[in-house]
Design a protein around this ligand. Structure first.
Ligand SMILES: NC(=O)c1ccc[n+]([C@@H]2O[C@H](COP(=O)([O-])OP(=O)(O)OC[C@H]3O[C@@H](n4cnc5c(N)ncnc54)[C@H](O)[C@@H]3O)[C@@H](O)[C@H]2O)c1
Length: 322
């Protein structure tokens, strides 16, 4: 079968498709016209970050599945795929560890500012260590995890390893499960008040846009560190800027932005109490390999080997009745 790969993926993914006898159509130009032309004959699409407009879907009469290289899928219109009975796959088991390690890196760097110690040591300031800004521990601090899905749980596990007190806000996960995993359920409002660290792991939706806003920052401890590796827009960026600028919180770490890429004169770039990364929390080599293999297996197994398919990776399995 013909399968389009839109965007660059690790070669291990290509090997999966080739070993299953598929013909690969690699699409580098992601303009609408190019997508329509190149993908016209495909039965499946492996999609990285490019937008996949509905008119492209309309131009692919044989299309049965779009597999996202990742777990977010805001670059496709899920309702439209449901209407057309086209499956949407994700790489549900691939990302969590990589993103969770990114969160811990933010937590550690934002509390220890290790590069200041490195600078000092290199500049011969070994004896001046007492003049470095105060730095802190994660040990016995309260961390609030917003969204207790795959990534939220992986972050919780690592925070427990640091002997932090882990609080969880996720009304869709039952309290027993939270307890079983060594964490405590808490309301959003209460959690925000007691947290020393907050990490966001929600999907972006109408309910979660501006989930953390000026009112939330008002309620937080002055020492709070806030990290968002989920999606831009869940934390209101302007409100975050004001909170950091006025030192209402200690620091923030962002891997995701309301607009990506952010403009080069973005107001957050002027602040030193925020750490920014270019939406690469899931891009460790190990994770890129896992995602490439998983997305290609999902697409391939959906098309011709359903007994091997991990059905949990098909987001709209209920809508498709599978
Ligand atoms: N930075 C990156 O590179 C990167 C990589 C992978 C995933 N992500 C993002 O991370 C986020 C989490 O991914 P995941 O795989 O853990 O997703 P998931 O679906 O496994 O978990 C999301 C959790 O959020 C909960 N939730 C949904 N709406 C909620 C609400 N209104 N209030 C409280 N909880 C709510 C759900 O119950 C679920 O447990 C997503 O936004 C995803 O796009 C980012």
């Amino acid at each position: 079968m013909k399968i389009g790969i839109v965007g660059h993926i690790h070669e291990l993914g290509w090997e999966v498709l080739q070993s299953q006898g598929h013909t690969i159509i690699e699409v580098k130009d992601t303009s609408v016209d190019s997508l329509k032309n190149e993908l016209a004959e495909v039965s499946g699409i492996v999609l990285r970050t490019a937008q996949m407009p509905n008119e492209v879907i309309d131009a692919c009469p044989h299309l049965q599945i779009i597999g996202r290289h990742g777990v977010g899928y805001d670059n496709v219109d899920l309702n439209y795929l449901n209407e057309k009975k086209i499956a949407l796959g994700v790489t549900g088991t691939a990302n969590a560890v990589s993103v969770a390690e990114h969160v811990m890196t933010f937590f550690l760097q934002l509390t220890k500012n290790i590069q200041l110690s490195d600078d000092l040591t290199r500049k011969g300031g070994f004896q001046d260590k007492g003049n470095l800004p105060t730095f802190f521990e994660l040990y016995q601090k309260n961390v609030l995890i917003l969204g207790f899905g795959r990534i939220g749980q992986a972050v919780a596990k690592r925070c427990l390893g640091f002997e932090m007190n882990v609080y969880v806000y996720d009304p869709y996960v039952n309290d027993e499960k939270v307890k079983e995993l060594g964490c405590h359920s808490i309301s959003k409002d209460e959690g925000i008040k007691i947290a020393d660290f907050i990490s966001v792991h929600l999907p972006l939706s109408g309910d979660t846009r501006n989930f953390i806003n000026a009112k939330s920052f008002q309620e937080m401890k002055k020492s709070c560190v806030v990290v968002n590796t989920a999606r831009g827009g869940i934390i209101n960026e302007n409100d975050l800027f004001m909170a950091l600028h006025k030192k209402k919180i200690r620091a923030a770490g962002l891997d995701v932005f309301e607009q990506e890429p952010p403009s080069t004169d973005h107001q957050l770039f002027k602040l030193s109490n925020v750490l920014l990364t270019p939406h690469n929390a899931a891009l460790t080599l190990e994770c890129r390999k896992r995602m490439a293999i998983e997305v290609c297996e999902t697409v391939s197994f959906f098309l011709k080997n359903k007994e091997k398919l991990n059905i949990q990776n098909i987001i709209n399995r209920k809508e498709l009745g599978i």
